[in-house]
Design a protein around this ligand. Structure first.
Ligand code: GDP
Ligand code: MG
Length: 353
């Protein structure tokens, strides 16, 4: 495959790293909602999601940000990038980072995992450690807790699968996690004299069910409160900044440029509107944005021939990159002057739904 051109100002990517002016605009866009937060400062930042396989990380991401993130997970596994899921509430924007490697049991003891986890942990504002709270704390949990013990940012622990917990056993289970976290030195604060012998945990525990959503609102609130004040980092309606989506857009744009050459110059942007994991294949709906209707005509071609050629070329590239069948549906839309105001793209509704 030909290497992709580096992203540039012309690329029309819909989730660029916003500049300060853009951030200010986004902040204004959510200000109405932020007012509801009773004058409290908007908060934003990065949350690392850490946990053993099968504890429910994907399910939790889905529960928090909706189906769109989960459906692209087969793609996320083929790349080695972190999955970012974005959750914007009236009070905060959480950018959730899933860590690769930690999914794979055979990496669990590997140096790579340690490095990945450490570097992720080093970059974030909050760590969310997810455990299977329907099972007593085990050695695998201890391993991750050890990884996190020198962590300098707040750590919150979600005891997931609370829906499976028999109320009669709830106390014992909770005790096993208290025991796990206790005595790990750095984070267990000493018991004030004359108080409960159980040291208060510096890592708050949150029983949740990623499946039913029980407890997740409180969890989000606690995580939000742990973030620093700051403007949203991504558009409020974004659910993911997955590199996969940008890559898909670039693959399509590459085909447009290859087949139309200078007839449709740089005034092309590609919006990935929807990615649906449709059983064995991935369905991608995308829109090519152009500035003039003459360009639209060229892109569609006689009887739609050009668009078919572009679509089929892009589909083949995607199938190589994401190693699986892809169904690609392309639309063309004229948006006069979109280049002069790329920030408006999100507002214009190109994010799908
Ligand atoms: P991950 O490997 O950490 O991403 O875990 P997944 O999100 O793939 O979940 C692993 C399994 O646990 C799946 O079968 C989920 O349906 C199940 N699961 C996740 N969260 C919950 C929960 O809160 N309650 C119950 N009962 N099952 C859950
Ligand atoms: Mg998963």
């Amino acid at each position: 495959m030909t290497p992709l051109p580096p992203p540039d100002a012309e690329s029309g990517q819909l989730l660029p790293i916003p500049d300060p002016a853009e951030s200010a605009r986004l902040l204004a866009a959510v200000s109405a909602a932020a007012d509801e937060a009773a004058g409290q400062a908007f908060r934003s930042g990065f949350v690392a999601l850490i946990g053993r396989p099968n504890v429910g990380k994907s399910t939790l991401l889905n529960q928090l940000v909706g189906e769109k993130v989960a459906i692209t997970s087969p793609v996320a596994q083929t790349t080695r990038n972190r999955l970012r899921a974005i959750l914007t509430t009236a009070a905060a924007q959480l950018v959730l980072l899933d860590t690769p490697g930690i999914h794979k049991p055979h990496h669990l003891l590997g140096e790579r995992l340690v490095k990945t986890a450490r570097s992720t942990i080093g970059d974030v504002d909050v760590v969310l450690l997810l455990v299977d709270g329907s099972q007593p704390a085990g050695r695998g949990d201890g391993y991750i807790v050890d990884l996190l013990r020198h962590c300098r940012v707040p750590v919150h622990v979600a005891l997931n699968k609370h829906d499976l917990v028999d109320p009669a056993q709830a106390e014992d289970l909770l005790a096993s996690y208290h025991q796990l976290l206790e005595g790990r030195g750095d984070f267990a604060t000493p018991t004030p004299p004359g108080q409960d012998p159980q040291p208060p945990l510096a890592w708050p525990l949150h029983p949740v069910s990623a499946l039913t959503g029980d407890g997740t609102a409180d969890l989000v609130e606690a995580l939000s409160a742990a973030l620093p004040p700051g403007p949203p980092l991504y558009p409020p309606d974004a659910v993911s900044d997955q590199p996969e989506q940008l890559l898909m857009a670039e693959l399509i744009r590459e085909q447009v440029l290859r087949h139309t050459r200078e007839e449709v110059p740089h005034s092309v942007a590609v919006s990935i509107d929807r990615v649906v994991d449709d059983g064995p294949r991935t369905a991608v709906l995308a829109t090519v944005l152009v500035e003039r209707s003459s360009q639209k005509g060229i892109l569609i071609g006689k009887g739609g021939q050009m668009l078919r050629t572009i679509g089929s070329g892009a589909r083949q590239q995607m199938e190589k990159v994401f190693s699986g069948p892809v169904y690609l549906e392309l639309f063309v839309k004229v948006v006069p002057g979109w280049r002069r105001n790329a920030a408006r793209l999100a507002e214009l509704g190109y994010r799908g739904d």
